[in-house]
Write a protein that binds this ligand. Sequence first.
Ligand SMILES: Cc1cc2nc3c(=O)[nH]c(=O)nc-3n(C[C@H](O)[C@H](O)[C@H](O)COP(=O)(O)OP(=O)(O)OC[C@H]3O[C@@H](n4cnc5c(N)ncnc54)[C@H](O)[C@@H]3O)c2cc1C
Length: 405
Amino acid sequence: MSERDCIIIAGAGPVGSITALALSQAGIPVIQFDAEKETPTAHRAATTHSSTLDLLDGVGMTPTILAQGLRAQYFQYRYRETNEVFAEFDFARLAGETNHPYAVQLEQHKTVAIAQDMLRAYPDFTLHREYRVVEVENGADHVRVVTETPDGGKQNWTARYVVGCDGGRSFVRKSQDIDFPGFTWEERFIIVATLFDFEKADDYRYRNYIADPEQWCSVFKIPGPDGKGMWRNLFPVIGDAPESEATSDEWIRARYDYCFPYARDTAIIHRNLYSVHQRVAVAFRKGRVMLAGDAAHINNPLGGMGMNSGIADGLNLAQKLTAVWRGEAQDDVFDLYDRQRRPLAQKYVQAQSIQNKETLQAKDKMAANLRFEELRRTADDPLRHKAFLMNSALINMAREAAKIL
Ligand SMILES: Cc1cc2nc3c(=O)[nH]c(=O)nc-3n(C[C@H](O)[C@H](O)[C@H](O)COP(=O)(O)OP(=O)(O)OC[C@H]3O[C@@H](n4cnc5c(N)ncnc54)[C@H](O)[C@@H]3O)c2cc1C
């Protein structure tokens, strides 16, 4: 194997790690770089959908995800004002459409750890941590990459292809002058973790959305560091309060007073403030450089679709890289990757995540009632209930992608 006979993956988040696993299982040498010393444990993705569990069966990860995660069969919508559950969805209605008719709640850093543990079995796989990709030169027959280590040391690498899985601020995307149009929401989101048991206190499911024109929020259960359960609340931060104020105990307790007064005195284990964007890159492929996951598209977290659609990108791309590597397909198959993933990221992930947010925060009373009534009728009608889940579990997205040739 010459040095350049490999695929370089920038980023060892969930998308980069699962893409690396699929390529390694196909016998392709992979070099992966991540700028950080360790996978961050900050609260981000927790929901893995049915379509993703089906895909991850293909690389052998699903049994471990099921063993470590919490099965979330239901999710519900409530009004904050009255606490009435106005719509509840049951993934069991997807039986026959997927091998996993439920979602699984598992923190994304644990999903990364599962993939990285499996990667240790492959001698042709190397992960270099604290190696930041700082240059990408997209050549006719290879790609040259420069990495930088914290001591300022630089190294040159070459590969047949580079996959940018380096997150929303992707250097790889910027290095190729690929635009990332879209918008940033005015409000920021704060995520708060607590041990308060919302199921016991008020019959919450493991995934819940609470609608309110001023302070919508969500309630999610995750396994937590010891696997015994932890709860997460997501609140919008409206206005330009400095981070120190928006993440203060006082600010958070005021949100609890408004949404869950019975939980106001709970210990706050973790808090994290995020800016939220809706953006899709104008191309997922340029020459020998491909983008996947947040490097290619980002969205608000309502519905839990960013990581899920990113994993589907990575596994779709890994199949095509494998076919080209083995001489079974031509280079133009990467344009098919773009056609199968990019328009559908707009149609499903962007559209649904924006719609989810607009439903929860609807301000105009009449418009809000229409949206809530629509959701209630969808949940009450067996056909529409299932159709709704086929979209939210990203099964329709996967099937539509497979039809694009
Ligand atoms: C609050 C919140 C909740 C969410 N909940 C969900 C959910 O329930 N379900 C869901 O599907 N999605 C959810 N998401 C979205 C999800 O977190 C992202 O879509 C997911 O992390 C994308 O994975 P990734 O591997 O593409 O990028 P990342 O996870 O961002 O990983 C990128 C990696 O690249 C590395 N990197 C960056 N630059 C460089 C460089 N120049 N060189 C080398 N390495 C580099 C970083 O260190 C990082 O490890 C949520 C997001 C937030 C903020």
